[in-house]
Design a protein around this ligand. Structure first.
Ligand SMILES: [Zn+2]
Length: 459
């Protein structure tokens, strides 16, 4: 939508996910250009000029667009493998396959990952990409191009690995970069693609993969690089008991203390998983403002454990949700994470008081915006914020008899997305993407998955 033009959405329930959790049983939204101009109860104000479209959203719930804070897009073409392994065994089985990816595969897998999330109401996506085999082209550029074509707001977490098998790491040596090479490539990616502006569609974070695939020097230097460039830091942390043991054996301390010793706690950092955290780890995250990407489905798939999300929230830790890579979460869409965050935490220590539906929706929207450093711009429906809005259809067989719309969205089946707007532009209509051809993407991902399997088998 061009600047100065307006779209009016009326007659829907609205969950704003603002600081007061304001909701309207029946209300309106006015989108102007790429911003939310106004919203409230009842009908839209009379006399608005330049209204190019008026949407009667009866039977719908409007929410902020969902925000995914941890993913590995390339895994879209290695789904369904090593299905009965824990994290370390799963990684050892998959690294040799992943090390064969090239630019067309990275591009196609990114399109698959993005399309699946976008059609399910994700408006801001992230990709933690850390596999950069030598001589395989511009993988970061290909992933960013895919995000641009899909039309979602995007953070590329430019990953890296420099601790190969011969240095006591998990990845094979041929799949890792040199320390200097990884840092130089990361800096170049930030300089080429990172947009710091309010309505940025592309941002870049510095993101070494994990303590067991990265040297201490790379972690330290990456933290310095990110702060010099003014971008965020991301990595995997405290995912499994094996990682905890690895850190104690190599560094003489647990993962959180190790991260702190390398400059990796702070308001500009978010980490995926954070499953094995004791009280002092959670206090350190809260004290420093370090964020968490909670990935309940992946943690269950790899039998990693249950993150202490209620304790983190009580301590004031910023928490968002992550699909994680689709080699450990084949569904690849974020609604499952809203639901599983709620249900899985009720299987943990906190039982029925763990999380409620509104907290789950907050994790998937405003919480995600906080950990990506974009809470001023998106993650809630408020006048002046970016027009990232989803209309969920709740008046069909699946949801019509559920008493409350937010409960229907979170506890119920994945609701159809009637419309999803990103930056004021509609990218989904009636459950189908308007920006890319889903069927063509599906065929391309199947072909690239086969090509990768064949390449990996030749070794
Ligand atoms: Zn991950």
């Amino acid at each position: 939508m061009a600047a100065g033009q307006r779209i009016v959405i009326e007659n829907c329930s609205i969950a704003t996910v603002d600081a007061d959790d304001t909701e309207y049983a029946s209300g309106y939204l006015v989108l102007a250009g790429n911003r939310i101009e106004a919203l409230g109860a009842g009908s839209a104000p009379e006399g608005l000029e330049n209204v190019v479209r008026r949407i009667d959203a009866s039977g719908h719930l409007a929410t902020p667009g969902l925000i995914n804070t941890h993913h590995h897009f390339y895994q879209w073409i290695t789904r369904g493998l090593a299905t009965d392994h824990n994290l370390f065994d799963w990684l050892v089985a998959l690294y040799p396959i992943w090390a064969r990816i090239d630019e067309p595969m990275a591009y196609t897998a990114a399109r698959g990952s993005l399309a699946m999330m976008a059609r399910g109401g994700v408006t801001t996506a992230m990709d933690h990409h850390y596999v950069y085999p030598r001589g395989t082209g511009d993988l970061s550029g290909a992933i960013i191009r895919a995000a641009h074509e899909t039309g979602v707001r995007f953070t590329l977490a430019r990953g890296s690995m420099d601790r190969g098998e011969s240095d006591g790491g998990l990845p094979p040596d041929f799949a890792v970069e040199s320390l200097d090479g990884a840092l130089a490539a990361t800096e170049a990616t930030v300089k080429e693609h990172h947009d710091p502006s309010f309505d940025a569609m592309t941002q870049v974070a510095v993101a070494p993969c994990s303590p067991f695939s990265v040297s201490t020097e790379l972690l330290r230097n990456a933290a310095e690089l990110a702060r010099r460039l003014g971008v965020r830091l991301h990595t995997h942390g405290s995912e499994t008991v094996e990682e905890e043991k690895f850190c104690h054996e190599l560094f003489g301390m647990g993962p959180t203390d190790y991260f702190e010793s390398t400059g990796w706690l702070g308001e500009d950092v978010w980490m995926a998983h954070c499953v094995h955290m004791n009280d002092s780890d959670i206090a350190a995250f809260a004290r420093t403002g370090t964020g968490v990407a909670h990935c309940p489905s992946s943690n269950a798939r790899l039998a990693a454990g249950i993150a202490r999300v209620p304790d983190m929230l009580a301590a004031g830790v910023p928490v968002g949700l992550g699909v994680d890579g689709t080699a450990s979460n084949e569904s690849g869409e974020l609604h499952t994470e809203l639901r599983n965050a709620l249900l899985i935490n009720r299987l943990g220590a906190h039982k029925e008081s763990a999380l409620n539906a509104r907290q789950a929706l907050r994790l998937g929207t405003h919480g995600g915006a906080r950990v990506l450093g974009r809470a001023a711009e998106t993650g809630s429906l408020e006048a002046g914020k970016l027009a990232d809005v989803v209309l969920w259809k709740l008046d069909t067989l699946a949801h019509a008899s559920i008493a409350d719309p937010v409960t229907a969205l979170v506890f119920g089946a994945a609701a159809p997305v009637t419309a999803s707007f990103v930056n004021g532009r509609q990218i989904v209509a009636d459950g189908r993407l308007l920006t890319v051809d889903e069927d063509a993407v599906a065929r391309a991902t199947r072909d690239e998955a086969r090509r990768l399997a064949q390449l990996a088998a030749q070794r």
